[in-house]
Design a protein around this ligand. Structure first.
Ligand code: C2E
Ligand code: MG
Ligand code: MG
Ligand code: MG
Length: 281
């Protein structure tokens, strides 16, 4: 839910982590076990071409099938994993799995256009020295073409340690890996700042899409981002598209890619492999 706070700061709900509690202490231990015991699974949600409905890429979204707690959503453990540093091994596991799965996915549909995969990378992981080498290694091991990998980072990554981040982005671009700014509009970066960065895409946060048909300011933000992004040579993705009217509105406004429950929820690999190349809505 988006609220206009103060003058011009949009606030969208984000998971937050407070003082350590007993709950966190046990979750921390359980996250260590989760990788060992293969409790994590990667689900995939398609991103479609706004004009044709064709599936162009898949976003990898982690799921934790906890033996006692059941399904733990990422917003309930990613912030803690970032706090404890465990996010690095979690992200590394997801990256590797997503590349392997995408190679399998494309091999299973030799006559269709290859789909790309988008992997979320935590800022603390992205900023680490050696991150780009790690990505190169995973690509080499999995056999995924670099241009089929897209990394999603939030605006937050850009705001601190700009020099390191620009170096990482340049190295990724040199290697052919694509980068998208996730949850765009919820942080403090402006499009004019993005102009200086070698990135490919912005993903408009879901909170702007929710209001597009009844809140004039949401619609204005969406239109402004699309227009400016295109002028800077960037593509635009809308997240959280749930209604047909939103799809039409976004397409009319020139949005390039759409993602949301209207097309598909995030699903296991086997189910995403069974989806048609073009999604009916
Ligand atoms: P995100 O990267 O912005 O991912 C989009 C989120 O929106 C996903 O939530 C997705 O299931 C949800 N979503 C997609 N379409 C719709 C829709 O039409 N309606 C609604 N209501 N929701 C929709 P999910 O899977 O719970 O993930 C939440 C966040 O957790 C992600 O936000 C991302 O920031 C983080 N995350 C997930 N997997 C990973 C991972 O492997 N590594 C890292 N570092 N973060 C991850
Ligand atoms: Mg994402
Ligand atoms: Mg997002
Ligand atoms: Mg998000």
């Amino acid at each position: 839910e988006a609220k206009l706070q103060g003058r011009n700061i949009w606030q969208c709900y984000t998971g937050q982590i407070s003082a350590p509690t007993l709950e966190h202490i046990s979750l921390r231990r359980e996250m260590f076990e989760a990788i060992e015991e293969q409790q994590f699974v990667v689900y995939y949600q398609p991103l479609v071409d706004a004009r044709t409905g064709e599936v162009r890429s898949l976003e990898a979204l982690i799921r934790w099938h906890h033996p006692e707690r059941g399904m733990v959503p990422p917003n309930d453990f990613i912030p803690l994993a970032e706090h404890t540093g465990q996010i690095i091994s979690i992200d590394q596991w997801v990256l590797r799995q997503a590349c392997l799965d995408t190679v399998a996915m494309n091999a299973s549909r030799p006559h269709a256009q290859s789909v790309a995969v988008a992997v979320n990378i935590s800022p603390i992981h992205f900023r680490r020295a050696g991150f780009v080498n790690e990505v190169q290694q995973v690509l080499a091991e999995s056999g995924l073409a670099p241009y089929l990998l897209e990394l999603e980072v939030t605006e937050g990554v850009l705001m601190s340690g700009a020099d390191t981040v620009i170096k990482q982005l340049d190295a990724l671009r040199h290697y052919g890996v694509r980068v998208a700014i996730d949850d765009f509009g919820t942080g403090f970066s402006s499009l004019s700042y993005l102009r200086q960065l070698p990135i490919n895409k912005v993903k408009l946060d879901r909170c702007f899409i929710e209001g597009i048909d009844h809140q004039r300011d949401s619609a204005a933000i969406v239109q402004g981002v699309i227009t400016m992004a295109h002028n800077l040579g960037l593509q635009v993705v809308a997240e959280g598209v749930e209604a047909h009217a939103e799809w039409e509105d976004l397409t009319r406004r020139g949005c390039d890619f759409l993602q949301g429950y209207l097309f598909s929820r995030p699903v296991p690999l086997i189910d995403v492999m069974a989806l048609p190349n073009r999604l009916p809505v």
